[in-house]
Structures are given as structure tokens and as C-alpha cells.
Design a protein around this ligand. Structure first.
Ligand code: ZN
Length: 675
């Protein structure tokens, strides 16, 4: 079947089922009724119930967005790699896992795995993966104790349960399984009465907002006021992230001594408040709390937090350094993969609550660069810590603030197995968040990638097919299919870098949209309507550490690809641990400034089946450079990029940069030659 006839067939099936869906009011709250081509379950976008503040946007239930094009290829790579096979080769999430009733790992790893495996399974509509996820879900739903507690009985830690709550909510949205809401209701009732005597501690105390998020999710479905009480109690027992950032003291790379890592088992407040993953998760703390309070101060909290992280710990791949505590802006420092995927999840949730275009820009930057940069092309191995200037991948303790010598390897569980269990949520949740509903009953293109969205808008079944090779190309084409003509606002994120973007509706050129904002098009939409964007893909300079520059084009960050010599360290079941040694020079300074970058030679090649593989790179840039012999590496770590401007007597060369994620050894921050 051709792509377009597949689309028509799934649309027909969807429209047929949507005919029985009912939109409208349910116990006083506003809902948008949804149906799904493949499930009898009727799904709704559930909006915030009074007295909660309204979101700008609402995430669509899992299953509404279907990946296509390169994004589907990427999700399939994950499914064919560790994503779909981890339980077969890593006992921690295998049949003896505690969340399957076994005596093995009974803490966070089972819930982490299912929190990403489940959306991967439903996005790919893959029966094998759905069955794997279902075992964890069924065991959890069927083994609630009479008190309301869920999970393995060998521990009563609130934290791992917070992760399973997120997985259960996604599962309910995808399937409508009627067991989920009662189990969550009993669990939260139990938590409300137990928390005063057994308050949040360590991880749970610093991650309270993830628990609160699902409390709000359930409140919007049941209206039980006790759930608001619970969310307020979680907030009062949890770490005050907004206070930490109102007076931000961690402006330098931390040391183990400074954060007293040898005290309290490494779980003291100083250690946990400077911990990368905690901060990535905490980016949603202020937005989640804003939903409860409606206060402008809480609305601004996330922006203040992001600004401080960028200012003191920001890296050119869009991340902040955390190896695994705050490490400053030197691009030879690392970021933990758990922090990448948790920051992405925070951005997805916060973009929905706040409706700020910049959060979508950041989300894309992480997905298209830092996320895939931490994996081998086949997604059978990952890094714990990735570096923007990563000139060797090997066993070394430098330069990490607190991490161990394996952190930089590509492998099964380098340094520690948290990322092995937790990485799965990155790509699937990104795919599921591409489209959102708006608070005024419209649709929102929150981030761009090839996909289809099927939903109901104002009682009418609407599908939009998004055809694009974005982020490698600038053209994005949206084809609309509606059961009947329907008036609603359609919003499109215009990235901040996309000034001069053009838009055509049914071939007619429209006024150029403002960059860095959502463009709202309110009209009667009908089948056959086509909205087409041309985002200008011009190379540009971003200034960073020590006056260095990094190069971006659209949402992609570009790196110099150092020659790679892959050496297997050891086999690890179905996969292996790898070191990568440089087989070329890497120490270049660029002859570039803001005006000359615009004329950098760009080469586009056909997009391959592995969108971020070095061999298949779909776009590259050519720039003028000279070697800088004084810039060296020590023990496999590039010295901090020298203060710019720099001088070099070496001959001029043309060097080629490729997308960050395609270069597993790379230089991303360059010194700049004197003009
Ligand atoms: Zn981790």
C-alpha cells in the first residue's frame, strides 16, 4: 500500500469510529471527545477542572499522534535496539523484577522502563512491545494492597511509585482500561493519610512535582477535592525549587566536598539540590504549582530557572552540565542521559501549561541533538555522560564532578544503570507531544517532525498529516482532513531562529509570521486544505564559554566529526561496551563571524534510514578553519576551549561540520581566529 492510501484507510477507519464519539460536557467540565482508529476506547482531552488554573494547551492522549517518515524510522531503531529488548538481556528489568512479582530489582528500574516502553509500543502499534509493557501494568494494577499501596512490598519508598504513576496515566489514555482510575484513587487516598507520618524524603522530596502532576491528572477525571489537598501536601513536604532559584548559589562547578557527598549516603540536601536529574525534573515544578495557585510568580518560575541554568551551566547542545552534579559551562563537561530525557519531559509538560514558544524551541534542540548524541546509531548502547567537546570516549575520571570512570563509554550500563532503564521515554514522549489541543478548542503544532494527528475538534473528526524532513530541511507541509468543515484556531510554533519564515495556505502566500511566538490561524478548515511553511535554514553563530562559538542551523547544532576508532571493551549480553579513540586531529579554530557564517556552504544529501547516523548525514556545512596546536587533550579530555580570539600560523583549511548527534567524537565549541 502506498503511504497515501495507508493514510486514507486509517482515516476511513478513524472517521467511522469517530461517528459514535460524543463531544460535550461531562459532569460540568469541558472535554474534547476523541476516538482512535485502532481502539474501541474513546479518549478525551481532559482540561483542568476548577479551581485549577487553565493550561494554555493540553497534551493529546497517547495514540492521537502517529509518527511517520524519519521519526518512525527512529522509533523503530529504538524498538529494534535496547528499547525493545532490554528485558531480554538485563536482569534488572527482566522476569524477576519486583514490579513483576519477582525478587530482583524492586525500586525505580521497572517503572522507568515501562514509562518509555509503553508509549513506544503504542506509537509503533507493536503487539510484542505492548505485551511486554502490559505485564508490568497488570502486575501493578492487580497487586494493590488493601491499604491502597502499590508496588513491591520490599520497600515503601514514594519515589519509584511516582514513575509508575506516570506510566499508568499514559496507559489509561491509550487504552481506557477502567482499572486505572480506581487504583490511582485508592493509592492517592492512602498517600494523603500516610504522608504526614512518613513524609517525602531524598529523591521523592526533590521530585514531588512528578507525583503532583499525576495527582492533577486524576483530579481532572474524578473531581475529588482530596487530590488538591494531596498536591498541596506534596508541595509543602517537597523541596522548594523556586526558593533555590530565587537566590541561586550554585554558580560554579561543584565538588564532592562542597556538596558533602560523603554525608547522608550522598543524599543530603546539598547533593540533591545540585543533582542534574533532580533539576531536569524540577523544571516543571513551578508550572505544575502554577496550575494549583494561578499565581503570576509561579508562572514565571520556570523561565527564571532555565535562565540560571543557562547562565552558569549552559552547554551548546541545549543542556546544562551535570556529571552528575552542576559542572559549569566548559564544553568538556558532561550531561547525564537521564537528565536529557527528564528535561525533555519537563519541557513537554511545561509547554502545555504555559504555552511559551521558547520551550518548544528548547525541546527540539534537546531531541535532535543531545538525546540521540548519547546513543550509538543502532541504539544498542548509550552513554551516561555526553560532552559537547568529546574527543575521546574511554575510561577516565576526569573531568566529572562526581561521576565514575565509565561514564563516557557507549555501553549497556556505563557508570550506573539508571539511564539504561530511563532513556526509553525520550523519543516516544517527544513524538506524542508534537501536537497539542489548545485551551480554546483548537490544535497546536508544538514541535515539528513527520507525523499524523487524529483527534476531534469541536465535535468534528480532524486529521492532519505533517509531511516534512524537518529538522534537516525547512519545508513543513500540513494536509488537513476533516469529517465536515469546522472553524477552529490552528496554532503553529514559529521558532525564534526562524525570522523570515514564509507560509502558504492552499498555495496562497500569507503575511510572514513573527518568530519566537505561536502563529494563530483561525478559519474554517476543510478536507484538502494545505498549510505549508518554509523555515529559513541559515547557519548561525551562538556565542559560548570563553568567547567560543558553536554553529546552529534550524534546530540542529553542528559539530566537527573527529575520526573514530571504535574498540570493544567487553561483551554485555546482547550488546557491548565500547571505547572510541580519535583517529584524526580535532583542534580547530574557526575563521568566522556573524556576517560570514550566513555564506557557509551547505550540502544536502538524501535522508537515510538512520536519520542521525554519520554515514547517512542529510546535511553538512563547510567552514574555514586553522589548526590550533596549543589546544590539546589530557587523558582523553579536551582542555577547556581557549579564550577567543586566538591566533594560528597553521595553513587555512576547509572543514566539514555535521549534525551533533551524528558525530560521536566531536568538537562543538570552537575558538575563533582573530579577524
Ligand atoms: Zn541516569
Amino acid at each position: 500500500m502506498s503511504k497515501s492510501s495507508q493514510f486514507s484507510a486509517s482515516r476511513r477507519r478513524f472517521l467511522k469510529q469517530a461517528g459514535v464519539a460524543v463531544a460535550g460536557s461531562l459532569s460540568g467540565r469541558r472535554t474534547l471527545a476523541l476516538a482512535d482508529g485502532d481502539h474501541a476506547a474513546q479518549r478525551r482531552v481532559v482540561t483542568n477542572r476548577a479551581p485549577l488554573a487553565q493550561n494554555a494547551f493540553y497534551l493529546l492522549p497517547l495514540g492521537s499522534v502517529t509518527p511517520s517518515g524519519w521519526l518512525r524510522d527512529q522509533l523503530q531503531i529504538q524498538a529494534d535496539g535496547l528499547g525493545g529488548h532490554l528485558d531480554e538481556t538485563w536482569a534488572d528489568v527482566g522476569p524477576n523484577n519486583g514490579w513483576l512479582g519477582g525478587t530482583g530489582e524492586s525500586w525505580e528500574r521497572g517503572p522507568y522502563f515501562v514509562d518509555g516502553l509503553l508509549p513506544l509500543a503504542y506509537l509503533l502499534d507493536d503487539a510484542r512491545l505492548k505485551a511486554k509493557a502490559q505485564r508490568f501494568i497488570d502486575w501493578t494494577l492487580e497487586h494493590q494492597t488493601p491499604s491502597g499501596m502499590i508496588g513491591p512490598t520490599t520497600n515503601d519508598d514514594w519515589w519509584p511509585r511516582m514513575v509508575m504513576l506516570k506510566a499508568l496515566a499514559q496507559y489509561e489514555e491509550a487504552t481506557g482500561d477502567p482499572r486505572v482510575v480506581p487504583v490511582l484513587s485508592r493509592y492517592f487516598a492512602y498517600q494523603l493519610q500516610a504522608l504526614p507520618g512518613r513524609p517525602l524524603r531524598d529523591w521523592g522530596k526533590f521530585r514531588w512535582q512528578d507525583n503532583a502532576l499525576v495527582g492533577i491528572w486524576l483530579y481532572n477525571r474524578t473531581g475529588d477535592p482530596k487530590l488538591i489537598e494531596l498536591v498541596k501536601l506534596l508541595h509543602s513536604q517537597g523541596h522548594d525549587w523556586q526558593k533555590q532559584y530565587a537566590d541561586f548559589r550554585f554558580t560554579e562547578p561543584v565538588t564532592a566536598e562542597a556538596i558533602k557527598l560523603n554525608e547522608a549516603g550522598g543524599l543530603g540536601d546539598l547533593a540533591l539540590s545540585t543533582h542534574g536529574v533532580n533539576n531536569g525534573q524540577a523544571l516543571k515544578a513551578a508550572p505544575v504549582w502554577y496550575v494549583v495557585t494561578g499565581s503570576e510568580e509561579d508562572r514565571r518560575g520556570m523561565g527564571e530557572m532555565l535562565a540560571a541554568l543557562d547562565r552558569y551551566h549552559g552547554l551548546p547542545n541545549g543542556m546544562f552540565s551535570c556529571d552528575e552534579h552542576f559542572a559549569g559551562r566548559n564544553p568538556s563537561q558532561g550531561s547525564e542521559l537521564c537528565t536529557v530525557v527528564e528535561t525533555m519531559f519537563s519541557l513537554e509538560q511545561s509547554l502545555a501549561i504555559l504555552g511559551e514558544a521558547a520551550l518548544g524551541d528548547r525541546l527540539e534542540k534537546l531531541a535532535f541533538n543531545a538525546l540521540q548524541g548519547a546513543f550509538t546509531d543502532d541504539m544498542w548502547a548509550h552513554q551516561y555522560n555526553q560532552e559537547p567537546n568529546q574527543v575521546e570516549v574511554s575510561l577516565h575520571r576526569k573531568p566529572w564532578t562526581t561521576d565514575g570512570p565509565e561514564s563516557n563509554l557507549y555501553g549497556l550500563e556505563p557508570n550506573f544503570g539508571c539511564c539504561t532503564a530511563n532513556f526509553h521515554q525520550g523519543w516516544p514522549k517527544f513524538a506524542a507531544s508534537l501536537w497539542m489541543a489548545s485551551g480554546d478548542d483548537g490544535l497546536v503544532a508544538a514541535a515539528y517532525s513527520p507525523c499524523e494527528v487524529q483527534t476531534q475538534v469541536r465535535g468534528v473528526a480532524v486529521g492532519i498529516r505533517e509531511e516534512t524532513e524537518y529538522p534537516f530541511r525547512g519545508t513543513v507541509r500540513m494536509k488537513i482532513d476533516a469529517a465536515s468543515p469546522v472553524a477552529f484556531p490552528l496554532r503553529f510554533r514559529i521558532p525564534a531562529w526562524a525570522s523570515g519564515a514564509s507560509i502558504r495556505i492552499n498555495g496562497k502566500e500569507m503575511q510572514r509570521p513573527e518568530a519566537g511566538a505561536f502563529l494563530k490561524l483561525e478559519r474554517t478548515w476543510k478536507t484538502g486544505d494545505v498549510v505549508e511553511f518554509e523555515f529559513p535554514m541559515r547557519a548561525r553563530i551562538v556565542r559560548g564559554f570563553n568567547g567560543s562559538v558553536s554553529i546552529e542551523r534550524g534546530p540542529l547544532v553542528f559539530s566537527f566529526p573527529v575520526g573514530e576508532d571504535w574498540v570493544k571493551l567487553r561483551d554485555r549480553g546482547m550488546t557491548a561496551d565500547w571505547q572510541v579513540f580519535p583517529s584524526s586531529q580535532w583542534n580547530y579554530a574557526l575563521a568566522i563571524d556573524e556576517s560570514s557564517i550566513a555564506s557557509a556552504a551547505t550540502k544536502e544529501s538524501p535522508l537515510g534510514k538512520r536519520p542521525f547516523a554519520r554515514q547517512d548525514t542529510a546535511v553538512s556545512l563547510e567552514l574555514q578553519a586553522r589548526k590550533l596546536s596549543t589546544w590539546r587533550a589530557m587523558d582523553g579530555v579536551a582542555d577547556p576551549v581557549p579564550q577567543s580570539p586566538v591566533s594560528s600560523d597553521e595553513p587555512p583549511e576547509r572543514i566539514t561540520l555535521i549534525p551533533y548527534a551524528a558525530a560521536k567524537l566531536r568538537v562543538t565549541s570552537f575558538p575563533v581566529l582573530k579577524g
